[in-house]
Design a protein around this ligand. Sequence first.
Ligand code: ATP
Length: 228
Amino acid sequence: MISVRHLSVSYGRIAALQDASLDICAGEVSAVVGVNGAGKSSLVRAVLGLEAPTAGHITIDGTDTTVWPSHKPRSIGYVPEGRVLAGALTVAETLRLGAGRVARNHIATRTAGVLARFPELAKRLNQKAGTLSGGEATMLAVGRALMAAPRYLLLDEPTLGLSPAATDRVFGIIAELKKDGLGILLVEQNLHRAIAAADQHIVLRHGRIVPAGDITTIENTLLQGATS
Ligand code: ATP
């Protein structure tokens, strides 16, 4: 389990996240919703060890990753906002990089697992990432993250700009990964889809987690966050 306790992240005088506490559990999807600037990416980046918190602690399977010396947790896969793929690399090269420094036989096994899950990638192993469709590129970004055999997966707005069909595919994959036991943190603008897919709803408003309630309450909270 990933436990986030009283976490705060600041950029100079900007308090992006304040006193946030939540758990990310194996086999569950936790959806993070909030308007632009609510602190969603700051939360994700802090859990990944990419932002140093100004207060609070993050414990990953019992290890506090916020105490010095900190390290990027290997058990967490990350699909960043906008996917962030190297366009000149092929699908095969991108997957290989995702595995990091592991033995050759692990790479072969993991690649086979990813390609079985994503037939659209299996057909395009020698295609450059920059020439993939939005949906294919998203699958590659998820596949790249899975190559490190993570126990947790953080997805930052994976359906942004995708067609309805590609969005369905992303949510289908999320459901599969949840079934396989991954703990998933999903930042998602599509409120209805996020709520339907998630076991836990985390609503951020001005950097603070506020009570979620039902979908109407969440919609009202987001509306207030957008206008204040
Ligand atoms: P979006 O949906 O637009 O991606 P978000 O909910 O992910 O927004 P964050 O990106 O976490 O929000 O940003 C939270 C606040 O912190 C915003 O006010 C943003 O301008 C500010 N912020 C984020 N990153 C930095 C940075 N590197 N330097 C200064 N301010 C930052």
